[in-house]
Design a protein around this ligand. Structure first.
Ligand code: ATP
Ligand code: MG
Ligand code: MG
Length: 555
């Protein structure tokens, strides 16, 4: 199955092919290189590349880079890396709308010559004033009936750089009374004095979205131009543009519901604000919903794919619970992350009846029984161990199945221990050590007399453990819809102050001393972790928590 396996767009394509309207399907993924891709883009990537692959067609990788202000080569490179990582294969079909500037300019001239566009010299405020409202028709610009010759002359001089920004725009001459506001003589070219990351200062007029997008599709022979629902009203203008020009092909636009995910934001402007404001460490901060962030957190392309398959492609917008995404991530990692033991907040345990200097190597499986994979590692057991600080309570409530004075627990793979004495720091009163006894005959996990402690703890041998840094990532925002804020409030007020907890004194089992950057592991009882590909060093791994074992938010 694939993201494209079953949806209304697939049906449209199948019908178009059956009816002979097209012999081959050509889609495109058209990001603007003004930021990094996020999980919402992944949905579009998997849909566009998936449809092309399923029907034996092609999906073009096109940069919609006609707005010089915020575009950059860094973004182009990151986008290509992310699309490739998600499995998007564009072959040799890599395009830049900025390569079409000369052709787009010629199309604009053609539109003027046909009497379908004019140079308008109203100010922005005057233009707004005349546009009307949803209920009231707009009024015509006094420049609407400029002669073709005058518009052609002004447009050439706009290109030549004779005018300041805002002095003139080129507008399509459609209908100021159109019920669809997008059809009220929309601007299609404007003067913009900004350096373009690819064409430099060659241009000072740039085409606007609807004009550039529809014509780029037509130039490339795109058959099905798939975009999100916000562009539904733009479709009429898209059609108008390709109908009124002598274009090499006739593409059609189809809209689907964008992905909205709870507890995060996806607008590039907001993601950029997080990066620029230093509120995250960068576009690839593991808390970001960006592809780069998810990758660094330890999410796999397969998990993203199965999530996008599960949510499907719909015609109405909705909010997807991030818990659904986390659940796909868990299901994927369950089959790829070997189980190991790591103590994040260590508390020393001395097994008083365990001989000093003795070490036992326990053979411990990497996989639980329900994962069909093989393999084990040696886990050393010795007199001094670490357990998790919060697995011990001196004065526990009822039904506390972990360690407490006088209470017995099972150590994973090692047998039972009973807590006999609590040692504290005399000055601070803090518990610094537990003196325990080890119940050797229970090493297999079962006692000969059938005793069965309810709790099983993870642990490491103090002398053998490897110190490590662990980064506990959590949701970036505390509310479901961080950007639904009241007037005067900022979405940044909804940031989760606990979205990152760095633990530097962790102790992990020695098998992890050779773990490679970019490996997945499960720390038993705690979650799935990923060896940070940037900050880890040989013998000094940094572990990013990809996702906790269960959804701690719904408990
Ligand atoms: P922003 O509005 O944050 O700047 P964008 O939607 O303009 O983002 P583009 O780079 O223009 O970003 O998008 C490239 C493609 O990805 C478009 O076809 C767009 O429809 C699609 N896309 C963007 N966001 C989502 C989303 N949340 N869900 C599905 N598709 C999306
Ligand atoms: Mg955009
Ligand atoms: Mg947008």
């Amino acid at each position: 199955s694939s993201v494209a396996a079953s949806n209304f767009i697939r049906n449209i394509i199948a019908e178009d092919l059956a009816a002979g309207r097209h012999t081959r399907v050509v889609t495109r993924f058209p990001p603007e290189p003004n930021g990094y891709l996020h999980i919402g883009h992944a949905k579009s990537i998997l849909l566009n590349f998936g449809l092309a692959a399923d029907f034996g067609g092609a999906c073009h990788m096109r940069f919609d880079d006609t707005n010089p202000a915020a575009e950059d080569m860094e973004y182009v490179e990151s986008i290509l890396r992310d699309v490739r990582w998600l499995g998007g294969d564009w072959g040799d079909k890599l395009f830049f709308a900025s390569d079409y500037f000369e052709r787009l300019y010629a199309f604009a001239v053609e539109l003027i010559q046909k009497g379908r566009a004019y140079v308008c010299s109203l100010s922005e405020a005057e233009t707004r004033e005349l546009r009307g409202t949803v209920t009231e028709p707009g009024r015509e610009s006094p420049y609407r009936n400029r002669s073709v010759a005058e518009s052609l002359d002004l447009f050439a001089r706009m290109r030549a750089g004779e005018f300041p920004e805002g002095a003139h725009v080129l507008r399509a001459k459609i209908d100021m009374a159109a019920p669809n506001m997008k059809m009220r003589d929309p601007p299609i070219y404007r003067i913009k004095r900004a350096r373009h990351y690819r064409t430099g200062d060659a241009w000072c007029v740039y085409p606007l979205y609807d004009f550039a997008h529809s014509l780029s599709d037509a130039i490339e022979g795109i058959t099905h131009s798939i975009c999100t629902l916000e562009f539904e009203n733009n479709r009429e203008l898209y059609d108008w543009i390709v109908e009124h020009l002598d274009v090499p092909s006739r593409p059609r636009q189809y809209e689907f519901a964008r992905l909205n995910l709870s507890y995060t934001v996806m607008s590039k402007r907001k993601l950029l604000a997080l990066v620029k404001g230093g509120l995250v460490t960068g576009w690839d901060d593991p808390r970001m919903p960006t592809i780069a962030g998810l990758r660094r957190r330890g999410v796999t392309p397969e998990a993203i794919r199965s999530f996008c398959e599960e949510i499907g492609v719909a015609k109405t917008n909705s909010m997807v619970d991030i818990a659904k995404f986390e659940s796909c991530v868990r299901d994927d990692l369950n089959l790829r992350a070997p189980r190991v033991m790591a103590v994040l907040r260590p508390l020393r345990v001395v097994l008083e009846n365990y001989p000093e200097g003795q070490v036992e190597e326990i053979d411990a499986p990497y996989w639980p029984e329900d994962v069909p994979r093989e393999g084990s590692r040696k886990v050393p057991l010795s007199r001094v161990l670490y357990i998790e600080r919060d697995d011990f309570l001196e004065d526990p409530p009822k039904k506390w199945f972990r360690l407490a004075p006088g209470q017995q627990v099972r150590l994973r793979y090692a047998g039972f221990i009973t807590c006999r004495e609590v040692v504290r720091n005399e000055a601070t009163g803090e518990v610094v050590e537990l003196r325990c006894t080890y119940d050797r005959p229970t090493k297999s996990g079962e006692a000969p007399d059938g005793r069965k402690p309810k709790g099983t703890l993870h642990w490491v041998s103090a002398a053998h453990a490897l110190p490590a840094e662990v980064r506990l990532y959590d949701r970036l925002f505390t509310v479901e819809r961080p950007d639904a804020v009241e007037e005067g409030k900022d979405f940044l007020e909804n940031l989760n102050p606990g979205s990152l907890v760095v633990l530097s004194g962790c102790q992990v089992e020695p098998s992890l001393s050779t773990v490679e950057k970019g490996s997945h592991v499960q720390f038993e009882r705690q979650g799935f972790f990923f060896v940070d590909p940037v900050d880890s060093a040989p013998g000094a791994p940094v572990f990013n928590r990809t996702v906790a074992l269960k959804d701690s938010w719904s408990r």
